[in-house]
Design a protein around this ligand. Structure first.
Ligand code: CP
Ligand code: NVA
Length: 301
């Protein structure tokens, strides 16, 4: 029996995704300190890249559930000294109950999962950021109800977040309008697999028309910091500002996975304005990831 992993949103059915959202909302609204379904269990967390939200959400979530989270930096483990990933996956998974990885290369997570005897969670790779989408969708459902049939607009880099939005559109059945500079489009195979649910536009304003949710992310993701200047030029004109929000529905929400750069991908007016739900979104990382831990480690629903 292979363990159930969470590497991509495409690992979930629509029902499973909605159940996770419902459970995340319930865990948020009725916290019972005596409910400790992961008592004695351990989650190993391997971070090749920095993190505030993902790390704190998993550590706190494990603690709320009576378990423990181990923070493992490749710098301080044999992973950083070239121990084969396959051996590391076998060894680490023989001692813990789940493993979360945030890695540069997506294949690191898929290879680790292949050799792991316990569930593996993708905590962000160069290709995808599925945990963030659990929180984003929980936030949308809390504010507006089911997202099925709605239009969501992605503006900016066709990056890991954009790819996970494409996957969410597939699993939850919404339309995703995308406006990205031509050199920074999402990967074609991911777009093609989503079919008619994904549509491309030349300008952010055109993409935002009729949107119930507008989302963006930094112009230079982790690992691309040295391209910041060149990206600032390429992404000029791709800022989510009042003009873009005015093109969307009147009650459209604004989200950003954070950290954000005010004045670059989003104006301060929008990110700090009434339509922005970024802090609910960030807090929901905790509740959504607790629901995910229950789902994978307690085999709930
Ligand atoms: N949004 C997100 O994943 O934040 P961190 O990088 O702080 O974990
Ligand atoms: N796209 C960003 C997301 C950070 C949470 C990055 O990969 O750096």
């Amino acid at each position: 029996m292979y363990p159930r992993h969470f590497i991509s949103l495409l690992d979930l059915s629509g029902d499973e995704f909605r159940n996770l959202i419902t459970r995340g909302i319930a865990l948020k609204n009725n916290r019972d300190p005596d409910y400790q379904p992961l008592k004695g269990k351990v989650l190993a967390m391997i971070f090749e890249k920095s993190s505030t939200r993902t790390r704190i959400a998993f550590e706190t979530g494990m603690s709320h559930f009576g378990g423990t989270a181990l923070f493992l930096s490749p710098r301080d483990t044999q992973l950083g000294r070239g121990e084969p990933l396959q051996d590391s996956a076998r060894v680490i998974s023989s001692m813990v109950d789940g493993v979360m990885l945030r890695t540069d290369k997506h294949e690191t997570v898929t290879t680790f999962a292949q050799y792991s005897s316990v569930p593996v969670i993708n905590g962000l790779t160069d290709l995808q950021h599925p945990c963030q989408l659990l929180a984003d969708m929980q936030t949308y459902f809390e504010h507006r109800g089911d997202i099925q049939g709605k239009t969501v607009t992605w503006i900016g880099d066709g990056n890991n977040m954009c790819h996970s939005y494409i996957h969410a559109a597939t699993v939850l059945d919404f339309t995703l309008n995308i406006a990205c500079p031509s050199a920074y489009q999402p990967i074609k195979s991911i777009v093609d697999a989503a079919g008619a649910r994904v549509r491309f536009f030349d300008t952010p304003v055109a993409a935002a028309e009729d949107a119930a949710l507008v989302v963006t992310d930094v112009w230079a993701s982790m690992g691309h910091e040295d391209e910041q200047k060149q990206r600032e030029l390429a992404f000029k004109g791709y800022q989510v500002n009042a003009d873009v929000m005015n093109a969307a529905q009147n009650d459209a929400l604004f989200m950003h996975c954070l950290p954000a750069h005010r004045g670059e991908e989003v104006s301060a007016e929008v990110i700090d304005g009434a339509q922005s739900v970024i802090f609910d979104e960030a807090e929901n990382r905790l509740h959504a990831q607790k629901a995910l831990l229950e789902f994978l480690l307690c085999k709930k629903f």
